[in-house]
Design a protein around this ligand. Structure first.
Ligand SMILES: NC(=O)c1ccc[n+]([C@@H]2O[C@H](COP(=O)([O-])OP(=O)(O)OC[C@H]3O[C@@H](n4cnc5c(N)ncnc54)[C@H](O)[C@@H]3O)[C@@H](O)[C@H]2O)c1
Ligand SMILES: O=C(O)C(=O)C[C@@H](O)[C@H](O)[C@H](O)COP(=O)(O)O
Ligand SMILES: [Zn+2]
Length: 360
């Protein structure tokens, strides 16, 4: 097992990465002080893992209850967030209640937001069960829900007290979801670590075959990269925005296509192809580097051709991006492989990218 720390002063927390971790009560020791424990999960993950986790958590001698939400990105909304509050209030949860997010990024984001706002804040633990959640969404404290007009528009920064990534849970993950998670792994290499990108390229087959050793490295290195960025800039005043590489275009694809039609990782994969093209058009990276990144993404079985809903609609959807300032959309571009920066770009250059990639 590997343990690393997200260094945020008195809100620091450990990320544990290994196999069969959901059976180890010591990793959940933050529950000792809890008055009650609520596992928040969904109709797919609950039947697979909630019973095992409940048994582990019963060691703390507190009531352990489960809240089961419908499964899917289209349920990451107010109505389903309310279901969590309803259950907590009906069953007498209090300020010392511990929430446990058992699932992918949707469950993690919703549980985290519920924890941020229930009684003005309770503690929560992330137990990510998708690759995407293990390499990205469980770390860093971004929580929230979608709005019909934009992705993750309502939310809060609220850090978990622990992240417990059990690699064995990935064995039940559908291949399409594994590929979606690999998009965020590629992102970490592209923005922060060219050697890691080389490693990803060499180990594509092992990653796609769900090889535990390869996945362990991908999760560990991703968490190291993300936790260093989050520790430096928790609330995205600066460098944290580089973790949004591929997301300005990607979030537009998710919202434009209707939440859940393109998986987040698929939209980010395609969004990175578009952002790489923009970086090339701004003369930061070469055509060969752009094409290499596109090939790495394609090799992960991710889409590289954006949906065509017209450049006007893309621009409209990207206007509501959270990085937009004073009406200026800001993009994450690659200065070179392994290094990113945030940039306002003339619309004409963005349109060139939309046309070149086939989005317009
Ligand atoms: N907070 C952040 O920093 C952050 C970072 C990246 C993404 N996100 C958000 O995360 C979400 C995407 O997360 P995701 O890709 O995990 O999607 P998801 O949560 O929808 O999970 C994907 C699918 O896999 C199923 N699943 C989960 N674990 C499983 C398992 N072990 N075995 C079988 N099936 C399993 C889920 O039920 C779901 O159907 C998006 O809403 C995105 O905006 C947030
Ligand atoms: O943690 C971050 O910061 C990220 O940007 C990680 C992204 O992969 C993630 O999709 C995040 O939810 C996007 O944040 P948003 O602020 O653009 O909604
Ligand atoms: Zn993302």
């Amino acid at each position: 097992m590997n343990i690393l720390d997200v260094d945020l002063g008195n809100r620091s927390y450990p990320i544990s990465i290994g196999t069969d971790l959901i059976d180890q009560p010591t990793l959940f020791s933050a529950c000792e002080k809890a008055t009650s424990i609520y596992i928040v999960t969904n109709t797919t993950v609950g039947p697979l893992y909630a019973q095992r986790l409940t048994k582990t958590l019963e060691n703390f001698g507190k009531p352990v209850r489960t809240i089961t939400l419908p499964d899917g990105e289209s349920y990451k909304d107010w109505k389903n967030l309310q279901l969590i509050f309803d259950a907590l209030l009906e069953q007498g949860a209090d300020r010392q209640t511990m929430l446990i997010a058992l699932g992918g990024g949707v469950i993690g984001d919703m549980t985290g937001f519920a924890a941020a706002s229930f009684m003005r804040g309770v503690r929560f633990i992330q137990v990510p069960t998708t690759l995407l959640a293990q390499v990205d969404s469980s770390v860093g404290g971004k929580t929230g829900i979608n709005h019909p007009l934009g992705k993750n528009m309502i939310g809060a920064f609220h850090q978990p007290v622990a992240v417990i990534a059990d690699l064995n849970t990935l064995k039940t993950l559908p291949p399409r979801e594994l590929s979606a998670g690999l998009a965020e792994v590629v992102k970490h290499g592209a923005i922060a670590d060219p050697e890691f990108l080389d490693w990803i390229e060499t180990n594509t087959a092992a990653l796609l075959a769900c090889d535990t050793e390869a996945l362990a490295h991908a999760v560990l290195r991703s968490c190291e990269i993300k936790s260093a960025v989050v520790s430096a800039d928790e609330k995205e005043g600066g460098v944290r925005a580089t973790l949004n590489f591929g997301h300005t275009f990607g979030h537009a694809i998710e919202a434009g296509m209707g939440y859940g039609n393109w998986l987040h990782g698929e939209a980010v994969g395609c969004g990175m192809v578009m952002a790489a093209d923009l970086s090339y058009r701004l003369q930061f990276i070469s055509q060969a580097e752009r094409d290499r990144l596109t090939q790495i993404i394609q090799a992960m079985n991710l889409p590289t051709r954006p949906p065509q809903f017209g450049s006007e609609r893309y621009m409209e959807l990207m206007q509501v991006d959270k990085k937009t300032e004073g009406g200026q959309i800001r993009y994450v571009v690659l200065e070179k492989m392994g290094q990113a920066q945030i940039k306002s770009v003339p619309d004409a250059q963005v349109l060139e990218t939309l046309i070149a990639t086939g989005a317009a």
